[in-house]
Design a protein around this ligand. Structure first.
Ligand code: HEM
Length: 128
């Protein structure tokens, strides 16, 4: 997963452009949430992926951080349903940019970590 991220991070603008194009196509409701310019949006993507990769070895630290992060996302206007859209856009972006270098094992690993994290965030922020 770190090598996937290293490849994507080497081209942050291209990665960001592809990611947001995928996200807005998959889920147009996410578009109004991103009010900044491309550079800001790119930084947001880097944050998101960096956050995940930085905490891979440390799931204990990840969960409390995820609760705070999830609560901030409610303030950004993010809905629970949009988490799946972001996950799908992320995988599609890696497939487009990395081609065969994004292996089936990479895909499984990213899906698992994203699912675990987004489940924890959705539960923390939207549980009745
Ligand atoms: C596992 C899932 C996610 C992670 C790890 C994540 C991570 C982050 C981080 C680190 C920030 C920087 C600001 C902060 O720390 O509060 C941020 C901001 C933001 N995120 Fe997320 N995010 C996730 C899911 C989502 C989803 C599903 C959406 C909905 C489309 C979203 C939309 C935003 C928006 C609108 C901002 C505000 C900043 C900006 O406009 O650039 N995020 N996210």
């Amino acid at each position: 997963m770190r090598s996937t991220w290293a490849l994507a991070a080497a081209e942050p603008d291209r990665t960001a452009r592809a990611f947001y194009a995928n996200l807005f196509r998959i889920d147009a409701s996410t578009k109004p949430l991103f009010v900044g310019d491309m550079e800001l949006q790119g930084r947001k993507l880097t944050h998101t992926l960096g956050f995940i990769v930085d905490h891979l070895d440390d799931p204990q630290a990840l969960l409390p951080a995820a609760v705070d992060l999830a609560q901030r996302h409610v303030g950004y206007g993010v809905t629970a349903a949009q988490y799946a859209s972001v996950g799908a856009a992320l995988i599609e972006t890696f497939q487009q940019l990395l081609g065969p270098e994004f292996s089936a094992a990479d895909e499984t690993a990213w899906r698992q970590i994203y699912q675990g994290l987004s489940d924890a965030m959705v539960k923390a922020a939207y549980a009745a």
